[in-house]
Structures are given as C-alpha cells and as structure tokens.
Design a protein around this ligand. Structure first.
Ligand code: NAP
Length: 312
C-alpha cells in the first residue's frame, strides 16, 4: 500500500560546504572566461570599426584615438574582474570572513563583560533579586484586590425627534446627511447590534461593520450577518469589541438601555408622526456630557443637536 521511499545519500556538512564552494568557484571562473572572450571580441570590433571603416577617426581623447581609450578602460575593468576572482577571493574568501567574524564576537564579548561589571557594581545582584521579588509581590496583591476594570463601552446611537420619534413604516422620516456621516465615522470597524426590522430597512449591508441582528425567529437567516435571539447574546458576540454599538430600532433600544454605558443621541428639534420611539432618558441615571448644535442649511431641513450621555 505504501510506496517505499527512495533513500537519499547523506552528505556530511563539511562535504556539502566544500561542494558549495567548488560550485561557486566554477561559476566565477566561467563568468571570467566569458568576460575575457567578450573583451577580445569587443576590442577587435572597435579596432576594425576604426581602422578598416574609419569610423570616428577624428575623435580623440587625451591625444589618443577613441578606440584605444575604450579598449584600455575595458581592459582595466577586466583586470578588476580577474583580481576579484583570483586574488581577492583567495585572500578575502569565506575563511577570511569567518576569521573577521570570530574576532568581532570576541571583541563584543569583552565589551559586554566590562558593561556587566559596571552594572554589578552599581546594582549588586542580591539587591536586584530582592527588588524584583518585591515588585512581583506588590503587583500580585494589587491585581487581586483591585476591581476588574472593563474598558468596553457599549454605546447606543440614535436620532430622535423632540417626541422621541425614530421612524415610521420601517423607515426614517428625515434626511440629515451630516448625521449619517457621523454615524458612519463612529460605527465603522465595530459591531452594530440591531433589531430584525431595522436590519430589513437597510438597502444593503453597511460596509466595514459586523452586523448582529436580533430576532425571535429561530429559522431567520440573513447573509453577511450574525443572527441572535437575545440582546445578551448580541453583546456576547461583540465582547472583543471595545465599543459595540446598539443602533436600533425602538424595541432594541428599550431592550439594550440597561446594558448601555453611553448614548450618542441626535436630538432633532421637531416632533414627527412615527410608529417607533426612543425610550425616555432618565436624568437620574444619565449625565449629559457633551452637546453640539447643528443649524438648518440647504442640506438639512431641521435643526438638531448631538448629545452625548454617560451613565452616572
Ligand atoms: N432614528 C434612528 O436612529 C433609528 C435607528 C434605527 C431604526 N430606526 C427606525 O426604527 C424603526 C424600527 O424599529 P422597531 O422598534 O419597529 O424595530 P426593531 O427594534 O428594529 O426590530 C424589532 C424586532 O426585533 C426583534 N426583537 C425585539 N425584541 C426582541 C426580543 N426580546 N428577543 C428577540 N428578538 C426581539 C423582533 O424580530 P422578529 O420579529 O424577527 O422576531 C422584532 O420584530 C424603523 O422605522 C427604523 O427606520 C430609527
């Protein structure tokens, strides 16, 4: 059933090194020989061009004919190549590199030993060990007694009229481009938790966000989303996210309020006819931290204010 593996002959590392070296030398010599042939042919070609065809006879450099200068320059390059293969590689080959490396390592080791001596003088070893132990002890007791701080901030983001209107017939009842931009900027890269109805009001998935859809329907599926059946599961899915967003609609805002740390509310200064509403913000629980007014302009028919509430 199993085919027998072909045994490969074992080459010891020394042999392998010798073989590699020989291979490199052969390639170097081959290139040098090719260069030599090319140089001879090129020199003859220059000479014929000048002597037989009289090409560029009038061109001279430093009193000599151009082709002699060209051949001399090339000859110089060829000699360099020759030296590289036959002289430099002999005196400055791998053995020379290894020797240099060894010397450098010895020098570095000496310097490290000197530095270590200085460190030992400044900070005696026993003292350092003692300090390290104290530090570890202090850190462990601090971690054990401190309450666990969670950096996560569950954020609710919504736009609502003065009467808390959110939308009607599963759609919004205003168009505020700057608010959309702010929503996009804030939520991009995060989990967005929403009710099934809000999800279905989107024309398509919102790019670069993880969609978590809440429904009671155990058979519900929607491509590109994570479907869950409780708000707790939704928040659990997003537990690695420092700032998951609850984005509506009315039913989900009411469900999620108790788990929320921050509310980013765009308050539109008008009342609207609606069938979905934002829950009341209890000022006993919520503190207004920031507000920023946005006036009417050609793109915004209603004035509004960005309000940031934090749980007290
Ligand atoms: N102004 C804004 O900032 C804003 C933001 C978002 C949405 N909106 C608007 O709000 C409206 C939609 O809000 P909505 O309140 O009608 O719907 P919704 O909150 O988006 O979704 C309601 C759905 O969520 C699921 N759900 C609710 N409670 C649940 C629970 N306890 N357990 C499991 N699933 C639960 C149910 O899905 P199933 O029926 O599938 O079980 C329910 O039908 C639309 O007009 C939309 O445009 C406005």
């Amino acid at each position: 059933m199993f085919s027998k593996k072909k045994e490969t002959p074992q080459i010891d590392p020394q042999q392998r090194e010798l073989y590699e070296h020989a291979r490199k030398r052969i390639i170097q010599k081959k290139r040098l020989f090719q260069h030599f042939i090319l140089f001879i042919v090129g020199a003859v070609f220059f000479a014929i061009l000048n002597i037989v065809f009289g090409y560029g006879k009038e061109i001279t450099f430093f009193g000599s004919n151009w082709y002699i200068i060209a051949i001399l320059c090339w000859a110089f390059l060829f000699v360099l190549h020759f030296c590289n293969v036959w002289l430099f590689s002999k005196f400055m080959g791998q053995a020379w590199v290894d020797r240099q490396m060894e010397q450098l390592i010895i020098k570095q080791k000496k310097e490290i030993a000197l530095l270590q001596k200085d460190v030992d003088l400044m900070y005696p070893k026993e003292e350092l060990l003692k300090k390290k132990e104290e530090f570890i002890k202090e850190k462990t007791t601090r971690v054990a007694t401190e309450p666990i701080k969670s950096k996560r901030m569950v954020t609710m983001i919504a736009a609502a009229g003065e009467n808390n209107a959110l939308g009607k017939d599963n759609d919004l009842v205003w168009h505020l481009p700057d608010d959309f931009k702010r929503f996009k900027k804030m939520t991009t890269g995060h989990h967005i938790i929403m009710g099934r109805k809000t999800f279905e009001s989107f024309p398509k998935l919102l790019p670069n966000r993880v969609h978590v859809v809440i429904t009671r329907d155990k058979t519900y599926q929607a491509e590109g989303t994570i479907v869950v059946h409780t708000i707790k599961d939704a928040l659990d899915i997003a537990k690695a996210d420092e700032q998951p967003f609850i984005i509506g609609g009315g039913e989900i805002y009411s469900l999620g309020l108790e788990y929320t740390d921050c509310i980013e509310l765009t308050r539109i200064h008008e009342s609207f006819d609606a069938d979905a509403f934002f829950p009341e913000i209890d000022t006993k629980t919520w503190k207004l931290e920031k507000e920023e007014f946005h006036d009417i302009d050609e793109k915004h028919k209603h004035p509004f204010t960005y309000l940031t509430y934090k749980r007290k």
